[in-house]
Design a protein around this ligand. Structure first.
Ligand code: GLC
Length: 740
């Protein structure tokens, strides 16, 4: 008996000991996933050596930072880009690692997302791309981009969300939330004033504080204060003489002090240029200096980074303390505990049907019907022969364009999508029409397409015209592409016109067909000298994996288009403020944004310039009536809000979606203000004949301008107008109120 009792006691002691050894309280606090993040941060910081603190704030490879191996603090892995998860590259290189399991879903470009004017679509986008980043075990998604569309020549506008700060701000927040719900940090970029590409490393931007706070920063501010974004990427350019990646005013004063950003500022890849500035001006994580880890010879170049050995030596020489370093380390640790060491995050997924459907839905919501004469679209159901013309009907667009380039599981070309939809219904034939960019590779990813063509431009047009005469409907699919000086990072366009003599092709087709639709695959505005001669024009965007299925859906009428332009189409380059008054472009040194707050429609309306197509414009296969605009008050005091209500009715013959836009005009401002500014929008889905009530709330923010003398937001007493409509140029109802 005694032996039994002793054995039992021993067993209980052993159990208790073993049990105790695995008890959470025995683990260091920072490793306890249930502990508050701030406590984990402080505990981890207290255990790190000086060298470990230096190591954690700069890259160890092309896209990763080392964490602290001794303490079990995880590495941080970053990935491009805003439209899909970049294929794996070599440790130190931009070149492909040649994995065979890293093909992704390509979602429509962010200009298309902005063109949906659908906050739910932005959330769906963030969730879907975040799931693919998570599945690929990435901790930071290097996107989305929200730089303002100041010039139609900027090579990266396709990665951004248009010309209006309110639209960009409203659309970036749900995207961030969707990504971060997956335990992946969004990294909103490029902060700030990266509005052209050609000389992005040297352009030194200056501008009024009104323009800075009213136009160029609101989307970043919303990302931080509403989206709670966990990281921000500094841009390459300078602002008032200092590189944005270590700019005291942008990073310390505005981002961290004023907006309360608690995440990590990550440099653009090669955006760091000074140890002292990086230390003092708010950079937290240095990537991409010298682009690879080997260039500095035998010693590991990552140790040569501005925030590596040089920083350590300054501390060891007593030239600087560790206060700034500890703040950087806290932010990197916080980012790590939110992502890599977040035990509650989902597991992600890759290239599944839900992602394909998300890509398709977003694209179908974002395609914009610019013109549709004689009900030319949707394509007549009786059409028996459809001619598709143009290189962009067959050219892969997911490869190229810079860091947003992708290796996709599939990309349905416009021609293939149209052929697939009309299989068994109509014959679909093709003519090249023109030869544009026949290259097909970027960063080691190849399209496999051979687009070379020896036929002369004249012959190509003749062949297309011959076929056009035999077709019931002709669809020209052209625009720009992702090659240099088109829609591409690192370079800007050289003009507003369509390249590759496409205007000649369109004119010739207009002679040969009364049912001509032009589809523009671009991320930017282009000129349209043939506009009067073409029945329909569709802004098609870069639509990603589901391109062809999206376009087929819209052109056939399976989907009623509901996209609205996120930027203005001008007739001429000089119509844009960035190019008016003989302004120099591209800029490679100091540039003052003389157009100030008058960017996009704000500028067109200030200068009474009629656009080709206005901001917010987009047609439908049905029509909508607006009526009964009511304001809850006719007079308010500063700080009070107004409820706005109206009725929208689908007055046409088929179901459709409408983006109801609310603009505000300050009629008595003491400072110059735009004719109107977008301050609200909502997308409604109505059956033919159906009506709905739409409500908006106008708060103080919607009335303010930034007074850069007083350094504050001012809602100035006087009359304001509420304008509601289907675009910035199609205002249907107006009411006024007084601010006392
Ligand atoms: C590039 C881009 C940036 C990208 C980064 C990593 O230079 O400017 O958007 O995320 O480097 O590829």
């Amino acid at each position: 008996m005694k032996r039994v009792l002793l054995s039992l006691a021993a067993l209980m002691l052993l159990t208790a000991t073993v049990g105790r050894a695995s008890e959470p309280e025995n683990r260091p606090l920072y490793l306890n996933p249930d502990a508050p993040i701030e406590e984990r941060v402080e505990d981890a910081l207290s255990r790190m050596t000086l060298r470990e603190k230096i190591a954690i704030i700069h890259a160890q490879s092309k896209f990763s930072a080392p964490g602290a191996p001794r303490l079990g603090i995880a590495e941080l892995w970053c990935t491009d880009g805003p439209h899909g998860i970049r294929p794996e590259v070599l440790w130190d290189e931009w070149d492909q690692a040649r994995w065979t399991n890293d093909s992704c879903t390509a979602y429509p470009a962010l200009t298309c997302l902005a063109a949906t004017w659908n906050r739910d679509a932005a959330k769906l986008y963030g969730v879907s791309i975040g799931e693919e980043a998570r599945y690929r075990e990435k901790d930071v998604l290097l996107g989305p981009g929200v730089n303002i569309y100041r010039t139609p020549l900027c090579g990266r506008n396709f990665e951004y969300m248009g010309e209006d700060p309110f639209l960009a701000a409203e659309m970036v927040v749900p995207y961030i939330q969707g990504v971060q719900e997956q335990g992946v940090a969004a990294c909103v970029k490029h902060y700030a004033l990266n509005n052209e590409e050609q000389h992005r490393h040297t352009t030194d931007v200056d501008l009024s504080d009104r323009a800075l706070f009213e136009i160029y920063l609101p989307a970043f501010k919303a990302a931080v204060t509403e989206g709670k974004v966990w990281s921000i990427m500094g841009s390459f350019n300078k602002y008032r003489g200092t590189h944005a990646c270590h700019n005291h005013r942008l990073l310390n004063e505005i981002l961290k002090d004023n907006w309360g950003f608690d995440g990590a500022v990550i440099s653009d890849w090669g955006g760091t240029h000074s140890t002292d500035e990086a230390i003092r001006n708010g950079l937290d994580l240095e990537f991409g200096s010298w682009t690879d880890g080997l260039r500095e010879g035998a010693s590991n170049a990552y140790d040569m980074y501005y925030m590596a050995q040089p920083y350590l030596e300054r501390i060891e020489r007593g030239e600087i303390g560790t206060e700034e370093l500890d703040d950087k380390v806290r932010r990197v640790l916080r980012l790590t505990f939110r992502t890599a060491m977040n035990n509650d995050k989902p597991y992600g997924s890759m290239c599944n049907e839900a992602h394909t459907e998300a890509a398709r839905h977003i694209g179908e919501e974002g395609v914009v019907l610019l013109k549709n004469a004689n009900h030319n679209l949707p394509i007549c159901p009786d059409a028996k022969r459809i001619l598709v013309v143009g290189e962009n009907a067959i050219k892969m667009m997911t490869v190229g364009g810079g860091s947003s380039s992708l290796k996709v599981k599939q990309e349905v070309s416009p021609l293939d999508g149209i052929k697939s939809y009309y299989a068994g219904r109509a014959e679909v034939i093709y003519a090249r029409g023109y030869v544009g960019d026949v290259t097909g590779s970027y960063n080691g990813v190849v399209t496999g397409q051979d687009l070379r063509d020896k036929r002369s431009p004249k012959r190509l047009i003749e062949e297309a015209v011959e076929l056009a005469g035999t077709a019931d409907h002709v669809i020209f699919i052209g625009g720009l592409n992702k090659s240099e000086h088109q829609d591409c990072e690192g370079a800007d366009r050289k003009g507003l016109e369509l390249p590759y003599n496409q205007d000649d092709v369109i004119e010739a087709l207009a002679d040969a067909s009364d049912h001509l639709t032009v589809v523009l695959i671009t991320g930017n505005a282009v000129t349209m000298p043939w506009l009067e001669r073409v029945e329909s024009v569709v802004q098609g965007w870069y639509l990603g994996s589901e391109s062809g299925n999206i376009l087929a859906s819209v052109l056939s009428g399976e989907v009623n288009p509901s996209g609205k332009l996120p930027f203005t189409f001008g007739h001429r380059l000089e119509d844009y403020g960035a190019h008016s008054d003989g302004a120099h472009f591209p800029n490679h040194d100091k540039v003052f944004y003389h157009d100030g707050i008058f960017v996009g429609y704000r500028g067109f309306e200030k200068r009474n310039i009629e656009p080709l197509f206005s901001f917010g414009h987009g047609l439908s296969y049905t029509s909508f009536d607006y009526s009964n605009l009511q304001l809850s008050k006719r007079e308010i005091c500063d700080g009070e809000s107004i409820e706005v209500r109206l009725t929208v009715r689908n007055s046409g013959g088929c179901r459709g979606k409408e983006v109801v836009q609310l603009y505000v005009a300050d009629c008595e401002a003491s400072l110059p203000r735009p004719v109107k500014e977008l301050k609200g929008f909502t997308k409604v889905d109505l059956e033919a004949g159906e009506s709905t009530e739409v409500c908006f709330t106008i708060g103080r923010d919607a009335l303010c301008y930034y007074d850069d003398i007083r350094g504050e937001w001012i809602a100035e007493a006087g009359e304001f107008k509420v304008m509601v409509g289907a675009s910035s140029a199609d205002i249907r109802l107006v009411e006024s109120f007084m601010l006392r």
